[in-house]
Design a protein around this ligand. Structure first.
Ligand code: CP
Ligand code: NVA
Length: 308
């Protein structure tokens, strides 16, 4: 009993929270995708979804996942909650825990989600913060395994060392996948994230690297992944960022330097003509729609693990 408790996963704030459960969660993602587990596993359960930022995929996939599993989801914008008028996070979390079985939050600041979780009696799921996007990373590693049938592959992330990149770095280090982050100087992932990933990599055997040299980063790449240059909340820096990232576009020339069977991934939403060209995202190497679909199946695995 004690051992079971020790490994339990209470919240999903970082992909690292799932470190002892990744195989199991990837397995259930696959089962949900094949409809093997799509039953009323969360019958009568309710998920509150708090959004401080816009969302298409995260909102829809969580809501549909709850519906498919027999439960229901509440969409709550911070503009409409009392939190938008100054009610503190601690009080919101305590009250909400009395109504629902789980809470998913997309917030500007990671520390706010951590504070919410600390005061919540029910599981809290990070639906994207300034530091991590663990639900995206889980779906992404599922998608990679689905395509490549192995984690013995080389992933190159071209772009901003931000939330999506951070969770992917940590996920790669947990499953033993090699990953290189290629970004302009000044846009590297935070040192703490890289150090944490390197710690897991020493165990799993994955090689991790950060470079500003695109040619070096792309050599031997099986997967090229990119994310927007201007994330939600970074709009004020748009001009500066577009200038800084202009040589880091995922385009046909870049694809030609990678393996013939290279796959291209993007968490979406994409800005065609900035981080990726239309011909690449709409081209034969792109798997972005499978990747987007897998958010739904992975979300079910997260919900089942935490609320089931
Ligand atoms: N990838 C992702 O989280 O998309 P949304 O912002 O549309 O939820
Ligand atoms: N880095 C992007 C990801 C969107 C899913 C952002 O934070 O806006």
């Amino acid at each position: 009993m004690f051992l079971e408790m020790k490994n339990q996963m209470k919240h999903f704030l970082s992909i690292v929270d799932a470190k002892d459960h990744i195989d199991e969660m990837l397995d259930s993602t696959g089962k949900f995708k094949k409809n093997i587990m799509d039953r009323e596993l969360l019958k009568g359960k309710t998920l509150a979804m708090i959004f401080e930022k816009a969302s298409t995929r995260t909102r829809i996939s969580f809501e549909v996942a709850m519906f498919h599993l027999g439960g229901s989801a509440l969409y709550l914008s911070t503009d409409d909650l009392q939190i938008g008028r100054g009610e503190i996070i601690e009080d919101t979390a305590k009250a909400m825990s009395r109504y629902v079985n789980g809470v998913m939050i997309r917030a500007r600041k990671h520390e706010d989600v951590a504070k919410f979780a600390h005061n919540s009696d029910v599981p809290v799921i990070n639906g994207l913060t300034d530091i991590e996007h663990p639900c995206q990373a889980l779906a992404d590693i599922f998608t990679i395994y689905e395509r490549k049938k192995s984690f013995d592959v080389h992933l190159t992330f071209v772009g901003d060392g931000n939330n999506v990149c951070n969770s992917l770095l940590l996920a790669s280090s947990l499953v033993g996948m090699d990953m290189v982050v290629v970004c302009p100087s000044g846009y590297e992932p935070p040192t703490e994230i890289f150090e944490e990933a390197k710690k897991f990599a020493r165990k799993s055997g994955s090689n991790l690297k950060i470079t500003n040299d695109l040619e070096d980063g792309i050599a031997g790449s099986d997967i090229i992944y990119t994310d927007v240059w201007v994330s939600m909340g970074d709009e004020k820096e748009s001009k500066m960022r577009i200038k800084a990232f202009k040589d880091y576009q995922v385009n046909i020339d870049l694809l030609n330097q990678a393996a013939d069977d290279v796959i291209v991934m993007h968490c979406l939403p994409a800005h065609r003509g900035q981080e990726i060209t239309a011909s690449v995202i709409d081209g034969e190497h792109s798997i972005v729609w499978d990747q987007a679909e897998n958010r739904l199946h992975a979300q079910k695995a997260v919900l089942y693990k935490l609320l089931g």
